[in-house]
Design a protein around this ligand. Structure first.
Ligand SMILES: [Zn+2]
Length: 203
């Protein structure tokens, strides 16, 4: 039983977790990465460099190590704070949220992308989202990945494009939208087609 059920909204969405932006929803809403991330990450790099320059065993190095640990904590706290706020907002306005099960996606086989995925903290975000959803009686449903970025959300044909191609333009039906928006629409549709998919929030 949900602890704090929210009133039904009749709304569902697909969420595409991105690299450029944090996420895109099926209705085209873009959730940007907060600006404070970059600032905090710059500070973290500076702190790291400082540690490596200081002589081992010196007091100056010990102090630099302390500062580095603090910078790490700041990044972690900011990320968690952003993820909690984002998850709460999402479950307030949607009864069901579909996401692509990236664990099995080809995406993680790609080294660079795998790093971006772990940097973006998607795994942590999805567990926060699932937990909040369960408390509120919402559903967060994993959809197996199936060409969500290649298929045209307008007509269903395959429109092959490399990762650098950020815009989806369909030669068949003329659908034209950001590739992440196109993917989010496909994720929502795939989730709805997948009757009773693996509901992570059901526990
Ligand atoms: Zn099309």
């Amino acid at each position: 039983m949900p602890l704090q059920p929210l009133p039904e909204t009749g709304q569902e969405t697909g969420i595409d977790l991105g690299i450029e932006s944090f996420a895109t929803l099926a209705d085209g809403t873009i959730i940007h990465n907060p600006r404070c991330y970059r600032r905090a990450e710059r500070r973290l790099k500076t702190a790291q460099r400082r540690v490596s320059r200081r002589k081992k065993g010196s007091n100056r190095r010990r102090k630099a190590v302390r500062l580095l640990a603090k910078a790490h904590q700041t990044v972690k706290r900011q990320r968690a704070d952003f993820q909690h706020k984002t998850a709460l907002q999402l479950i307030r306005v949607h009864d069901v949220i579909y996401f692509e099960d990236l664990q099995t996606a080809n995406l993680v086989k790609n080294h660079h992308l795998a790093k971006s995925i772990s940097d973006a903290g998607w795994g942590q975000f999805l567990s926060i989202l699932s937990f909040k959803a369960a408390c509120a009686g919402r559903r967060v449903v994993a959809v197996p990945p199936a060409y969500t970025s290649q298929i045209c959300s307008g007509c269903g044909v395959m429109v092959h494009k490399g990762l650098s191609v950020r815009w989806h333009t369909c030669p068949e039906c003329g659908t034209s939208l950001h590739r992440d928006h196109n993917a989010a629409k496909n994720i929502e549709r795939a989730g709805q087609a997948l009757q009773g998919g693996v509901a992570l929030a059901a526990s």
